[in-house]
Ligand binder design. Structure first.
Ligand SMILES: Nc1ncnc2c1ncn2[C@@H]1O[C@H](COP(=O)(O)OP(=O)(O)O)[C@@H](O)[C@H]1O
Ligand SMILES: [Mg+2]
Length: 232
C-alpha cells in the first residue's frame, strides 16, 4: 500500500485537483483507492459524491468531521482490506504539528505550486518548514513539488524550477493549465476517465508523477520539453 499526501500552505494551488485526479487514475487502473479529505470544505468528498455507480469505485473518508460517540476514530477510519492507494487531500494553512501521525503515515508528499511570485515565495517558506518537520519527526516520506497550471515556455516557469532546485526539492511533474480540470472537478471524474484526443498531452503529463508514487525509476536528466511535451 502507498500513501500519498497532497499538501501546501496555500489555497488554490491544486491540492484537491491533484488528489482527486490521482484517485481517479489509480481507480480507473483497477486499483483499490481510499481518498481521505482533511479539508472542512469537503471539496474532495463533493467530487466523490458526483461519481456514478458505473465508474471505478473510490472509498471516501471524511477526516474533517467530528468522530462518532459510538466508535473510535481508528475504527471509523479503518482502511478496507487490500487497499492499494491512500490519497490524502488537505486544507490550506494546515498546521503540521496537529497532523503528526497522518504526515508520518505518508510515503510521498506532493506540494503543488503554480508559477506566481507570491505563491512561489509562500511555498518555499512552507517547504523549509516541512523539511524541518520531516527531520524532527523522522518521517519516511519523499517530498516533491508539482508545478501546476503552467505554461512550459514561460519565463516564470523556468525561474520557478531554479528556485526549487536551489533548495534541493525534486520537481516531479508539470501540469498545464487546461479547462478539462474544471470540467472534471464539477462532474466527479478524473481527466483519465474522459476519452478525448485533446486530453492526451494532459494525461501524459501525469506519467512522471504516477511513476514516482509507484516507486518506478524516472529519467530526470532529460530537458523538460522532451519529458513532458507531446506533439500537438
Ligand atoms: N492544471 C489546472 N488547469 C486548470 N485549472 C486548474 C488546474 N489545477 C487546478 N485548477 C483549478 O484551480 C482551482 C483551485 O484548484 P484546487 O485543486 O481546488 O486547489 P486547492 O485544493 O489547493 O485549494 C479549481 O477551480 C481547479 O479546477
Ligand atoms: Mg482543496
Amino acid at each position: 500500500m502507498r500513501t500519498t499526501l497532497v499538501l501546501n500552505a496555500k489555497g488554490g494551488s491544486g491540492k484537491t485537483t491533484i488528489a482527486t485526479n490521482l484517485a481517479g487514475y489509480f481507480a480507473a487502473a483497477g486499483q483499490s483507492v481510499v481518498l481521505q479529505d482533511y479539508d472542512a470544505q469537503g471539496s474532495a468528498m463533493d467530487w466523490l459524491a458526483q461519481r456514478t455507480f458505473q465508474m471505478s469505485q473510490i472509498h471516501g473518508q471524511e477526516h474533517y468531521k467530528a468522530g462518532s460517540q459510538y466508535m473510535t476514530r481508528a475504527w471509523q477510519f479503518r482502511l478496507p482490506a487490500h487497499t492499494d492507494h491512500v490519497i490524502i487531500d488537505t486544507p490550506a494553512a494546515v498546521e503540521l504539528q496537529k497532523h503528526v501521525t497522518m504526515i508520518r503515515s505518508a510515503d510521498r508528499i506532493l506540494v503543488p505550486v503554480s508559477p506566481s511570485a507570491i505563491e512561489i515565495r509562500a511555498t518555499l517558506t512552507f517547504i523549509a518548514e516541512l523539511q524541518d518537520f520531516i527531520k524532527l519527526y523522522n518521517c519516511q516520506a519523499a517530498l516533491a513539488v508539482v508545478a501546476n497550471k503552467v505554461d512550459l515556455k514561460s519565463q516564470a516557469y523556468i525561474l520557478m524550477q531554479q528556485k526549487f532546485r536551489a533548495v534541493n526539492v525534486e520537481f516531479i511533474a508539470n501540469l498545464s493549465m487546461h479547462e478539462s480540470y474544471y470540467v472534471a472537478a464539477e462532474t466527479g471524474v478524473s481527466i483519465f476517465e474522459i476519452n478525448h484526443p485533446l486530453l492526451a498531452r494532459d494525461q501524459h503529463e501525469w506519467e512522471p508523477l504516477v511513476s514516482w508514487i509507484e516507486g518506478k525509476q524516472i529519467e530526470t536528466d532529460l530537458p523538460a520539453s522532451k519529458l513532458y511535451a507531446v506533439a500537438d
